[in-house]
Ligand binder design. Structure first.
Ligand SMILES: [Zn+2]
Length: 404
């Protein structure tokens, strides 16, 4: 079965200029040719999808997701529901993410292995959603940030080693650890406090790396962040308040950054009932974008994620342009090719190149001219299977800001 997708522009995700009058040939779920329509040889009987004046680009990769939560509501309350309720809500969020152009999502922490279940369900086709890589249960310290959400704590190198091993045994593709604080619903924000010691972080890194898994840490800046970088973690998540020295240290150790802006900057939610959230959002608002700007200056690998703002990758990528000063092309590469590399999926997805999985989207308009065009997803293809965004959302409770 061959399918030829043709469009006014094809952005292949490598950072190369767009191909005008481009075409992507897909055979058995994989990309076999990409180029000018006049140069791509179409096999007899191939189905043609004419994306007309739309722009085709690689499916987006949301690098920081939790399908069990919804950051537009009170996550603290959400995580106090029974696991089964949380898992059912995850099915809605996964659909919304796919409709919003996300063909791969990196899940950085869920309660009680619900991500193991939904990863299996998506792979089996009993649930519709992006391909996922999962962290399973995040590691949180007793009394530390993240425990408020009902995650079971692990303290000291021994407990940490055991939890890392148990997560991997259950199916974790990566390990997630909450090292510093952040904003919460109930108490004043503590973004620069840290809850794990160097030796605790190091214990997690040693075990995870021995199993070939990367370690991602929630870290906003400060002492704990330096511990994490020096202990050899692979990715700093958020990093809103990273100092220039800390980013230089990341460059030295080869640590990547996953920036998350939409969760604090998206204007569509009224937070006035939660004064601590309002206060924290104001602090992040002030610092927004400096982490990516510094990462770029220091040659640190950077990419982006919504942090459970399902369907809002267009806004997250837009923040990287508006706040961090990236060009639209740099922001698209960060959300596709670089993201795949940080996930360890560079062979499989992230660019439109021969041999890769057919993960692509078509958006109305030209995102290189106006990055907001990413909000207008008109076609999603994951592993060669076509989805029309609007039917994906039919019957679901609507979500703010999705599919403009
Ligand atoms: Zn998160």
């Amino acid at each position: 079965m061959a399918t030829l997708v043709v469009a006014r522009y094809v952005i292949d995700g490598t950072g190369r200029p767009p191909i005008a009058d481009g075409a992507v040939l897909i055979e058995n779920g994989r990309i076999t040719q990409v180029g000018k329509r006049s140069q791509v040889e179409m096999p007899a009987g191939a189905e043609v999808i004419d994306a007309g004046a739309w722009t085709v680009l690689p499916g987006l990769i949301d690098m920081h997701e939790h399908f069990g939560m919804d950051a537009m509501g009170n996550e603290d309350q959400q995580l106090r529901q029974p696991d089964a309720d949380i898992a059912i809500q995850a099915t809605r969020h996964a659909r919304i993410a796919l409709a919003g152009g996300v063909t791969t999502a990196r899940i950085v922490g869920e309660i009680n292995f619900i991500d193991v279940a939904y990863k299996r369900a998506i792979a089996q086709g009993t649930m519709v959603g992006p391909r996922v890589v999962i962290a399973t249960r995040p590691l949180v310290a007793t009394g530390g940030y993240g425990v408020f959400s009902g995650f079971a704590p692990a303290d000291g190198p021994e407990e940490i080693r055991k939890m890392v091993r148990a997560n991997i045994k259950a199916g974790a593709d990566l390990i997630k650890m909450f090292v510093t604080g952040g904003g919460t619903y109930r108490t004043r924000a503590t973004p620069l406090q840290h809850y794990y010691s160097y030796e605790e972080i190091r214990a997690a890194v040693e075990v995870a790396h021995a199993f070939g898994r990367k370690v991602a840490v929630h870290a906003q800046g400060g002492t704990g962040t330096r511990y994490a970088i020096e202990a050899g973690v692979d990715v700093i998540e958020h990093g809103h308040f990273l100092s220039d020295d800390e980013v230089a240290l990341m460059a030295k150790h080869g640590t990547a950054l996953v920036a998350t802006n939409s969760i604090h900057l998206y204007p569509g939610v009224d937070w006035s009932a939660f004064p601590h959230v309002v206060e924290y959002r104001a602090r992040v608002e002030e610092a927004a974008g400096q982490n990516i700007r510094r990462a770029k200056q220091h040659g640190v690998t950077y990419t982006v994620g919504t942090d459970a703002m399902h369907g809002l990758m267009w806004f997250e990528v837009g923040c990287a342009v508006r706040r961090a000063g990236l060009s639209p092309m740099e922001a698209i590469v960060a959300a596709t090719k670089t993201a795949a590399e940080v996930c360890g999926l560079a062979e499989e997805t992230g660019t439109l190149e021969s041999g890769k999985s057919a993960d692509l989207i078509a958006v109305a308009g030209d995102p290189l001219e106006d990055i907001a065009a990413l909000a207008a997803v008109r076609l999603v293809m994951k592993e060669g299977r076509r989805y029309d965004p609007r039917p994906l959302l039919e019957g679901l409770a609507p979500q703010e800001g999705v599919l403009m």
